[in-house]
Design a protein around this ligand. Structure first.
Ligand code: SF4
Length: 274
């Protein structure tokens, strides 16, 4: 925690040059007892007190800005420590398989999608094979995922566009991906980050809920949240952070009953049931 505090204290211009940010960070850490909840008010109060004791004066706005950055970093650090190495639960062997799995996952669990793709992919796992399959057969296989008429249409439409315009390959370009039938920002971001290992933050229902609850990035639409998260998460961690949030949303911070008492973010989350 000291390193995080130091990182942002150095944004402030200390008048007393003999004071090291490390010393100040240490004093701030000492004020953060394991019992106190680390809200913006509490932490900025501790920071102000420490500065006052060293006769350093900063405006409340400066202190609040630094505090918000510190708290955001602490939340992200906890998520990273808890979910390091988290991987997607959808099973796939190629970008096209992932694309199909993500289209099928709308309003459906990953477990169910994996059960369905286990039957679908051995029969049709390329755009060409999907197009050579009759629609009724495709619908029959994907029926357990729900909305199977619309999903079949999207899969067939996407396969046709891939064959007609991209030589049967899934394009890496986000703007091209988003033009495929059945592919919105979320799906395009998942494919970009998971299949092509490029930085992207897909905002699904879990990411949207958690970003707002934890005040990592507040927004009324997935796009607002996506842009907000891009600002506070380092670019190289966008894809990983998407998985941290999904795993935390599924296992702990559930939609109806968040398990705040056993949540590692309890002390720093503004929505915890304290
Ligand atoms: S403390 Fe509660 S609301 Fe906050 S992230 Fe954890 S489970 Fe969710």
């Amino acid at each position: 925690m000291k390193e995080i505090i130091c990182k942002y204290l150095s944004d402030l211009n200390l008048r007393n040059k003999s004071l090291s940010t490390y010393t100040i960070a240490e004093e701030i850490c000492n004020g953060m007892t394991p019992e106190n909840f680390l809200s913006v008010e509490v932490v900025s109060g501790i920071i102000t007190e420490v500065f006052d004791s060293h006769d350093e004066k900063f405006s409340p706005e400066e202190i609040t800005a630094v505090t918000e950055k510190i708290l955001t970093d602490i939340k992200l650090n906890i998520l990273e420590e808890t979910y390091r190495g988290a991987v997607p639960q959808l099973k796939f062997g190629s970008p096209f398989e992932l694309l199909v799995a993500v289209i099928l996952s709308a309003q459906c669990t990953d477990k169910r999608v994996n059960e369905v793709t286990k039957i679908l992919f051995p029969v049709a796992n390329t755009p060409e094979k999907i197009l050579s399959m009759c629609k009724t057969k495709l619908e029959e296989i994907i029926k357990p995922c729900g909305f199977y008429h619309a999903k079949a249409e999207h899969i067939i439409g996407a396969a046709k566009m891939l064959v007609d315009e991209y030589g049967g390959e899934v394009p890496k370009d986000f703007d091209a991906l988003i033009k495929l039938p059945g592919v919105g920002r979320k799906t395009a971001n998942v494919v970009t980050s998971v299949a092509f290992n490029a930085p992207a933050i897909a905002v699904d229902t879990h990411v949207f809920r958690l970003a707002n609850r934890m005040k990592l990035a507040e927004g009324k639409t997935p796009l607002e949240v996506e842009l907000g998260l891009q600002k506070v998460i380092p670019r190289e961690k966008w894809s990983a952070a998407h998985h941290w949030l999904i795993w935390h949303g599924r296992g702990v911070c559930k939609a109806r009953k968040p398990q705040c008492d056993s949540c590692p973010l309890f002390r720093v989350c503004p929505s915890s049931n304290r």
